[in-house]
Design a protein around this ligand. Structure first.
Ligand code: AMP
Length: 297
């Protein structure tokens, strides 16, 4: 790995190049030291995003962070308009983490007039988030395909918090023969278990207090599984029961699915994905846990 100066938040490296056009991005990465890592984000960066950057720093000589609130992956126009944005703060965070290049394009740069292509992933994009937010993964796969083509990175870093998104991107990269390794990073949480998310900023104080119920529901189901329960319905019921005790939580789905195909299970074995989507007022939160294999005795 190439040597690099490690920046801390107290002493930002100040070497981050901010580019806004496809041409400028291609030029910036053309001469970059390899391997190159890309961290796609929608900005309003938090410690979950920082963890992805730090993972990239472990492997890659050049780190590219993309900041783009992608209109095509929002299924509610209002959600897109209200999505939190603060580019100056985001660039400062990226700089403090030692990121080399920030790509922060306008929507018209990614989708110029006449843009008329959709990258639509099949089965793995259909259930769960795909069913709850029709068109969402078309938007995600389309923009990530464009970003992968522009950056030509060796590694791409995504959060396990969006577990289905990782699967959709992997399927897309494999099918389109994009030579990139997709690396999934563990979910970063607040002390009370709430998964960090840019959307958490929209929670009222009462909703914020209630929101850790997602993680509690997942942990309750996991504990039951670890205690020997193998019925998927029993685990769904456990999650639903925990969520039902929180009056502010409006449940969209609870799922116990196969970790590879995302089909709903009857019997639960290691590798299954527990996931849920819950609304608190206007804010929709998701979270998940993978059931790891039991440690050998
Ligand atoms: P977003 O900006 O929300 O689109 O997220 C950009 C990337 O950061 C995605 O790969 C997310 O899965 C990841 N991410 C978001 N929240 C977290 C978190 N709490 N822990 C780890 N990764 C996260």
């Amino acid at each position: 790995m190439a040597s690099r100066s490690i920046a801390t938040s107290d002493s930002p490296a100040g070497l981050t190049q901010v580019v806004r056009t496809r041409e400028a991005l291609r030029a910036a990465v053309a001469d970059a030291q390899r391997p190159v890592g890309v961290v796609p984000t929608m900005g309003w960066l938090h410690d979950g995003h920082r963890a992805l950057m730090r993972e990239a720093l472990e492997r890659d000589a050049t780190i590219v962070v993309t900041i783009f609130v992608n209109p095509r992956q929002f299924t509610v126009a209002d959600d897109y308009t209200k999505y939190p944005r603060n580019e100056a703060r985001d660039v400062a965070i990226a700089e403090a983490e030692g990121v080399d290049i920030v790509f922060a394009p306008d929507a018209s740069e990614i989708y110029p007039p006449g843009f008329d292509t959709v990258v639509a992933v099949g089965a793995v994009a259909r259930p769960l988030e795909g069913a709850a937010r029709p068109g969402h993964f078309d938007g995600v796969a389309t923009v990530v395909a464009i970003l992968f083509d522009l950056v030509r990175a060796d590694h791409a870093y995504f959060g396990q918090k969006d577990a289905q998104q990782v699967m959709v991107i992997r399927q897309m990269a494999r099918d389109l023969a994009i030579p990139i390794e997709v690396i999934a990073c563990p979910t970063v949480r607040e002390h009370d278990g709430l998964a960090l998310s840019s959307r958490n900023v929209h929670l009222t104080r009462a909703e914020r207090t209630a929101a850790p119920v997602l993680h509690r529901a997942l942990l309750a189901a996991r504990s039951r599984w670890e205690a020997g329960e193998r019925s998927a319905d029993a685990l769904r019921e456990t999650m639903s029961d925990v969520l039902a005790r929180e009056p502010l939580a409006a449940v969209e789905y609870v799922s116990v699915a196969d970790g590879a195909s995302l089909t709903e299970l009857d019997r639960v074995d290691a590798g299954a994905l527990l996931s849920l989507a819950v609304r608190f007022g206007a804010t929709r939160l998701i979270d998940n846990e993978i059931l790891a294999p039991e440690p050998a005795p």
